[in-house]
Every structure is written in C-alpha cells, then in structure tokens.
Design a protein around this ligand. Structure first.
Ligand code: B12
Ligand code: SF4
Length: 498
C-alpha cells in the first residue's frame, strides 16, 4: 500500500514526518515524501500580516497526480500552515483515500483539523500512523487508534513514545522524495543526497563566497520549561510531560550516517528546544567535535554556567540562540519566565567579557498586548547596556497558539478575536498591521546602529510622539510596506535561495 507524506514547510528539515516515513518503511510500507516549500510567501519581504499560503491549481493538479495511487495521505502542519493543509485536503481528497493531519496544529487544534481531514494525529505520530495503515490495509474501517482522532468520534487515548532512541534515522530518500522548486514552478524528484545541497547551504556572513552545509537534527524531544505562550505549554499535557533524550549511541549513529551520505556537511543545527538541558551535554558536544562537526543550538538562560558554556565553545559551538523574550518583570511573570530568564545577566556578562565576537542571538517577543511602552523600553535599555556588540537580535511578533495559557488569557480578556484565524498571524514583526516605534528601536540594535543614537531616539518626547495610534497603525506599517515593495521591485519578488 502506498502512503504519501506531505510537508508544506519552507524548511525541508521535517524530523517528525521523516521519522514516520522511516518507521513505515521499516514495517514494509511504500512511502513517498513530497515537500512543498513556498519560500516567497514565508519570506519576510512578503507584506501580508498572515501566513497565507495559497497553491496554484496547476500545482495541486501535479500533487494530485503524484498521489493518485496513495491510499493514505499524511500532512504535517504547524498552526501557521493551517490554510495550506486545508487546500491540500480539498484538492487531494478522494472517495478511496484517507487524509490525516499531524504535527503541532492538529495536536493543539484537533477539532479544527477535523474540518478538513479524516483524522487528526495528536502528539507522536510514528506508531499511530503505522497502526492506521495496517488497519486500512486489512480493509477495515480504522478505529480506536491511540493518538488518532477520527472525524465524528471522540478524543483518542493518548500515548507517547517513551524510548525515542528506538526510532530509526529520519528518511531522506532520495528515492520517492519530491520537492517543489518555486522559481521553476516544478515538482522535481530528489535523485541523490547531493540534491539536498541548496537546502542545507548557509552563508555565515553576507560577504562569504562559499556556503557551509548544515544538517538539522534533534537530540531530544520537548522542553524542561513551560512558558505560557509556547506550544510546549500544551505539548507537555498531550504529548509527553518530560523531555525525552536520544542516547549518545543513537546520536553517534546519525552523525556517521550524515558523514557517509552528506559528506559536504560540516555543521549541525541542534533543533532541541533547550539543548543545554541534556545531562550528558559535554559528552554530546565532544562527540560532535570527534566527527569534525561544529554546531549551533538553543538554550534557556537558567541552564547557563560559565564552565559549561566555555566547554561547549571549546567543543565547536559556532553560534547559539538564547531566549530572553522580555526583561520587564511583569512580562516575565506573564510569560512564566521569571526563573527561565534567571541567569541572563551572567550570560551577557560571560559573552561580553570572554567572547565578545561570538555570534550570540538573543530572541525577543514584541507586540505583547499586556506590555506597556515603559516595560518594552526597559528591555531595550537592558540590552543596550548589556548585550555584546557582536550579538544579533531575533525579533518575533507574539502569536497566540490555541490552548496555551497566554491564548486563554487573551480570549478571557477579549483581546483575541476568536472568529478570526488567529493561528495564521505571522511571527514576522514587519508584516504586522501595527508596528510599534519601540520595535524599530530593537531593529536599530539588531542592525548595530550606534547605541547612543538609539538611546537618543528612545527619549521620552519621541516615544510620546511616535507611539501614537496613527503612527504605529498607519505611518510605520505604511513606510515598511513601501520599503518592501521597492525592495521587491529592485530585487524581484520571491527572492529565493532554492
Ligand atoms: C525544528 C523546528 C523548526 C525548524 C524546522 C521546521 C521543519 N520544517 O521541520 C525551523 C527552524 C525551520 C522552524 C521554523 C519555524 N518554527 Co519551529 N520548531 C521546531 C521545533 C524546535 C522542533 C520540531 C521538531 O522537529 N520536533 C521533533 C519532531 C519529531 O516532532 P514533530 O515535528 O512534532 O512531529 C511529531 C508529531 O507532531 C507527529 N506529526 C508531525 N507531522 C505529522 C504528520 C502526520 C501525517 C502524522 C500522522 C503525525 C505527524 O508525529 C511526529 C513524530 O512523532 C518545534 C518545537 C517543538 N517542541 O515541537 C518548533 C515549533 C514547531 N516551531 C514553531 C514555530 C512557530 C516556527 C515558525 C513558524 C516561527 C518561528 N519564529 O520559529 C518558523 C516557521 C517554519 C517554517 N517556515 O518552516 C512552533 C509552532 C507552534 C504552532 N502552534 O504551530 C513550535 C512548536 C515552537 C514553539 N515552541 O512554539 N521550526
Ligand atoms: S524555554 Fe523556549 S521552548 Fe521551552 S517552553 Fe519556554 S519558549 Fe518554549
């Protein structure tokens, strides 16, 4: 029986879907994977405040042809891809096939997913999918499968995979793998591992000629923390309560596999929510070094120790993201990050004093409706005073994910219009309908403009003048749109590395 697994994500990483494919293949099923990245719609230069990903009829026809002999079609979806899932389901549904959605969107919004799909996978999908295809192959109407919410039936019994090390290496084909290349408007078969090169290429500096090649991987699933805006706030309840770590042996096996198949890869991007939470993190980093791989990762400040960070840098940590989100104490409380942000002062001091040129990326959330301008300025001043000169600032606009404590608070306080598809709001700060002047000040910091200039531009009279409704709702978004339109005209729309 043939199964098609489809991803609309702009990144081809897809650990979850690839893992499902490997498990199905291991059980003797014939899977094909179809990747439909639409970089131009996801691109920051797009001016829509939503993640509207709309496929052309001709593309849908080609996907329909590719999947015509598939009895099951599985689509992976984050919230902001809901619309692409709906379009795919509409275009691909036939009398004789079964469509299932999986990923964060159906896990958080199963009822909504069932408006479009025959079933929604809640949480881990490997064994849910395996059981589903077994039952369908046996010719029975599928029923009572853990983690699988069938349309018209009740919420399923949930079970998570305790031993994630038992899962096989993700499926990278290349046989039976297809990718849509937007600028060619074609779905092309992936013929060899070398075809992944453009998707793994990364230019560390804008003036670097030769890219480095990065392989994204997971060493754990889940996060030890529980911030109120984050999907983990729900995943802890419906997926797994604790972080599940992959063993060192399995990580080593995957690195060896990467070296054999993607010999051009020299860097690993560890996609774990908080890599630093691993107890055997030193050994893991040593393993990367042993195989000549530098690495990038995420970490929450509370896990910082000077000894640990020094060790990681010595073992090849080439960059890292640290989540701050806000330094204002009320916002830290609202986000439940008081303890998560605990060592932030030490983190910034460590990098400023010991590694001032290290590419540290500090992630921030803007557009928090509860945060006052004074509080936002507090974070700005904190960064102006403490962040090392060479750091980068990641600015994301707050998105409310269904069921999270913060989303519930927004609904209770009538801040969020539940009649809208709020899941589709983009996280790009510059694609919002309302852009705060304070966000522009963060942008100046990101662009490394002189800090004294930013301080001067954050003076009270300017803030009073430029945080007025008309400015943040009309003037700034309007100016940003004009800049983007000009950029798109000069560079050509849909600027893409693919
Ligand atoms: C890796 C990652 C990325 C990568 C790669 C994404 C990709 N293409 O795979 C990158 C860096 C590109 C990325 C980007 C974004 N990400 Co991201 N990302 C993650 C992260 C850290 C891990 C995901 C992962 O690989 N998990 C491991 C695998 C094994 O689990 P899984 O994907 O959930 O899959 C399992 C199940 O969900 C299920 N399943 C999944 N698909 C399917 C399909 C079928 C048919 C079935 C049956 C089951 C099934 O089975 C899988 C195996 O058990 C998660 C955090 C998290 N805790 O999940 C955030 C997360 C998914 N990202 C998130 C967001 C918001 C984004 C962005 C939109 C914005 C941003 N600011 O980061 C962008 C845009 C994405 C894009 N344009 O492609 C949010 C999504 C929230 C939501 N409610 O949708 C998360 C949950 C982070 C968070 N803590 O809130 N991300
Ligand atoms: S530390 Fe990061 S990944 Fe973990 S719960 Fe908080 S926001 Fe989510």
């Amino acid at each position: 029986m043939r199964i098609s697994l489809i991803s609309p994500y702009s990144s081809l990483y897809n650990a979850g879907l690839r893992s499902i494919s490997s498990v199905l293949k291991g059980a003797g099923f014939d899977t094909q994977m179809i990747f439909l990245p639409m970089p131009s719609t996801e691109s920051g230069w797009n001016i829509s405040p939503f993640c509207h990903i709309s496929y052309s009829q001709s593309l849908m026809q080609r996907v329909r042809a590719l999947t015509e002999d598939s009895a099951v079609i599985g689509v992976t979806l984050m919230d902001n891809y809901m619309q692409s899932g709906a379009e795919l389901a509409k275009a691909l549904k036939r009398e004789d096939n079964f469509i299932i959605f999986g990923g964060v969107f159906p896990t958080l919004n199963p009822q909504k997913a069932l408006e479009y799909a025959d079933a929604a996978c809640v949480g881990d999908g490997e064994y849910a999918m395996l059981e589903l295809v077994r039952q369908l192959e046996a010719g029975s109407a599928p029923r009572a499968i853990k983690n699988t919410y069938f349309r018209g039936q009740s919420y399923p019994e949930l079970e998570y995979i305790h031993e994630v090390s038992s899962l096989p290496i993700p499926d990278y084909g290349p046989e039976g793998h297809f990718v849509y290349v937007e600028h060619l408007d074609e779905i092309i078969p992936i013929k060899s591992f070398d075809d992944y090169k453009p998707f793994m290429a990364f230019w560390p500096e804008s003036n670097t000629k030769e890219p480095i090649y990065i392989y994204r991987m997971e060493t754990a699933r889940g996060c030890p923390d529980n911030c109120t805006y984050c999907a983990n706030n729900i995943l802890k309840k419906v997926q797994a309560p604790k972080v599940r770590f992959r063993s060192l042996a399995v990580i080593e096996e995957e690195i060896l596999w990467v070296k054999a198949n993607f010999p051009y890869v020299t860097e690993l991007f560890i996609e774990d929510d908080s890599f630093i939470a691993r107890k055997d993190i030193r050994e893991t980093a040593e393993l990367f070094k042993k195989y000549g791989m530098t690495f990038k990762c995420f970490f929450a400040p509370r896990h910082f120790t000077e000894e640990l960070l020094t060790n990681l840098i010595e073992n090849g940590m080439a960059a890292c993201h640290v989540g701050l989100q806000s330094r204002a104490s009320e916002t830290e409380k609202i986000y439940r990050r008081v303890s998560v942000n605990r060592n932030m002062d030490e983190v910034l001091r460590f990098f400023s004093e010991k590694y001032p040129r290290f590419p540290l990326i500090v992630d921030l959330i803007v557009d928090n409706p509860w945060e006052t301008t004074q509080e936002t300025l507090f974070t700005l001043n904190y960064l102006l005073d403490n962040v090392p000169q060479n750091s980068m600032i990641g600015i994301s606009s707050l998105v409310f994910y269904n069921g999270t404590a913060l989303c519930n608070k927004a609904i209770e306080e009538n801040i969020l219009d539940t009649k809208t598809d709020y899941q589709l709001k983009t996280w790009h700060w510059h694609r919002q309908n309302k852009i705060h002047y304070t966000t522009l000040l963060f942008l100046m910091l990101k662009l490394r403009l002189p800090r004294n200039l930013i301080r001067a531009l954050a003076a009270k009279p300017l803030i009073i003048l430029l945080e007025r409704k008309f400015v943040i709702k009309r003037l700034i978004p309007g100016a940003v749109k004009i800049v983007k339109k000009l950029y798109n005209t000069i560079k050509g729309a849909g600027v893409s590395k693919y």
